[in-house]
Unconditional design. Structure first.
Length: 528
């Protein structure tokens, strides 16, 4: 059995010189590689971080495939929470990070979590108070525990999470290629060390561009990982919701009674899911708190750590939250506390398309553009995991012939939106199916266009096409203009539409698509 020892030198240096939290209350020691038995006996490898004190302290559980790779999770969750007076266990999901068994994403997490709680009950340092915390897949493992909550569970802190894998990969009807390939590095490398993970990331960076441009996809993607990944191929081959039904934990929010804190970012991978968790919990009579910041999926743990850490500490200490919903309003550059989501005072305002214009009166005519999958419209900004993620200047993108823009007049007074944005298109396409990617932008007096929110819908028929563009909190200031950007894709965030309707994994033939958007189409804004 491993024994408690001093933290690695790297973590000791970080705690002294790069503090990302309040002053430490305790020194910290740790155990590495504790084998916790699962219900079927396989070992679940676990690192234990503990405050140096003889007093009883609550326990925080963090579980995911990649949580034991080292930095940043050993620092953010291990050291920083232990020094505040919590035992912290970081555990690798089965089949990953040295844990026994076979890894199957989103499966078996409930049973393994419950087995870990049973092990905790036998530890002399366990006080009987259990909390859970974590981001992304770590949030999913918390929701899995909600299916059979143990009596010791006192609260959950779910950061930039998701519970519905089908919505995560197939929202709008197009496969989320980039998030599958990039996220797969964390899920499929099964790395035991930071070095293994680092080498996997280098391989991804070296091969990703070729992999997303080659065909057939099933033959070119393996270079990203150095081999095939059958689970990823299942994701790609199953757009139908029925395949994913057993993995969808969203309904658990209707009955989870454990106090919950939720957080996401405007350019997170699944902010709609986090907001649905909040709405469901509130509808069931619970009092969660929700934090939405100007973050992406990864920057939330960097730029947003001060806000996320403060939110987490309140939940772990049982302190009341000063807000029900707190959102960062872009353009205004300030945080807003709301009584609910969406705020009760919003109204829908429709802006109609014209000849390159947006206006409050219905337009006439139409606008057409051609999408060529051999030269797909690139993804710049938004819900990405690449260096171009988040809020970006859209100048280069809007110069392309396959991107059309509709821009409103100069605003004489501020216009503020908080809520879900959507576009309703009367559209047709010449191919078997076509994608409509719609993006809301803010154009400043100098003409710089930056993205606010966006979405994509795949449609095989002419008619009304609704593109859900996600949640937003933004103030368009006087002198600025509202812009709707429309194109036929955002590659490789969404797998390009080949225009043939063939299954994407084996398809090699590509057909250019001409899309026509009628000026009866509208942009629908939630105006405060």
């Amino acid at each position: 059995m491993p024994v408690m020892q001093r933290l690695p030198l790297f973590l000791r240096i970080l705690r002294r010189r790069t503090r990302k939290g309040p002053p430490a209350r305790y020194d910290v020691q740790w155990q590495s590689g504790v084998a916790v038995p699962a219900a079927d006996g396989v070992p679940l490898m676990t690192d234990h971080y503990a405050p140096v004190t003889g007093d009883p302290c609550p326990t925080v559980m963090v579980r995911a495939p990649y949580v034991r790779i080292g930095f940043p999770f050993n620092y953010l969750y291990g050291a920083l929470f232990a020094e505040q007076g919590f035992h912290v266990i970081l555990q690798s999901s089965r089949g990953t990070g040295g844990s026994g068994g076979e890894f199957d994403p989103w499966q078996g997490e409930r049973e393994d979590s419950l087995a870990t709680v049973a092990w905790l009950r036998e530890q002399e340092w366990f006080s009987g108070e259990l909390y859970t915390i974590g981001a992304s897949y770590m949030a999913f493992t918390q929701w899995a525990l909600a299916g059979d909550p143990p009596p010791e569970w006192r609260g959950a802190v779910m950061q930039v999470g998701h519970t519905d894998p089908h919505d995560f990969f197939w929202r709008g009807g197009a496969f989320g290629l980039e998030r599958a390939l990039v996220g797969g590095v964390g899920l499929f490398t099964q790395a035991m060390t930071g070095k293994d993970y680092f080498l996997a990331v280098l391989r991804l960076q070296r091969h990703l561009k070729r992999a997303v441009r080659g065909v057939p996809l099933l033959d070119v993607y393996p270079q990203v990982y150095g081999g095939r990944r059958p689970i990823l191929e299942q994701w790609l081959e199953h757009p139908e919701p029925e395949f994913w039904h057993a993995s969808d934990l969203t309904p658990l929010a209707d009955k989870l009674a454990v106090p919950v804190s939720l957080s996401t970012g405007w350019w997170d991978l699944s902010p709609e899911q986090v907001i649905e968790h909040y709405v469901r919990l509130r509808a069931a009579g619970h009092e969660p708190d929700l934090l939405i910041g100007p973050w992406t999926h990864t920057s939330a743990l960097e730029d947003g750590w001060a806000e996320l850490f403060a939110q987490a500490m309140r939940r772990l200490r049982g302190e009341p939250s000063p807000y029900r919903v707190r959102v960062f309003v872009g353009g205004a550059g300030e945080w807003r506390d709301l009584p609910s989501w969406p705020p009760p005072e919003i109204r829908e305002e429709r802006w109609f398309l014209g000849e390159g214009t947006l206006g409050l009166a219905e337009g006439t005519g139409s606008t057409s553009f051609r999408y060529d999958p051999t030269d797909p419209t690139p993804a710049i900004g938004g819900a990405l995991q690449s260096p171009t993620q988040g809020q970006r200047d859209q100048a280069e993108l809007e110069k392309r012939s396959d991107v059309v823009t509709f821009t409103g007049p100069v605003l004489s007074s501020p216009l503020e939106i908080i809520g879900a944005v959507r576009a309703e298109f009367d559209a047709s396409t010449t191919a078997v199916s076509g994608d409509l990617f719609a993006r809301l932008c803010d154009v400043d007096p100098a003409g710089k266009s930056v993205n606010i929110c966006d979405g994509l819908t795949r449609s095989a028929e002419a008619g009304r096409v609704v593109v859900e563009m996600g949640p937003a909190g933004h103030r368009f200031r006087p002198g600025h203009r509202i812009r709707l950007q429309v194109s036929g894709g955002a590659h490789p965030r969404f797998l390009r539409n080949y225009g043939t309707g063939e299954p994407p994994g084996r398809a090699t033939r590509m057909v250019a698509t001409d899309t026509t958007v009628q000026h009866t189409s509208t942009l629908v804004l939630p105006v405060v």
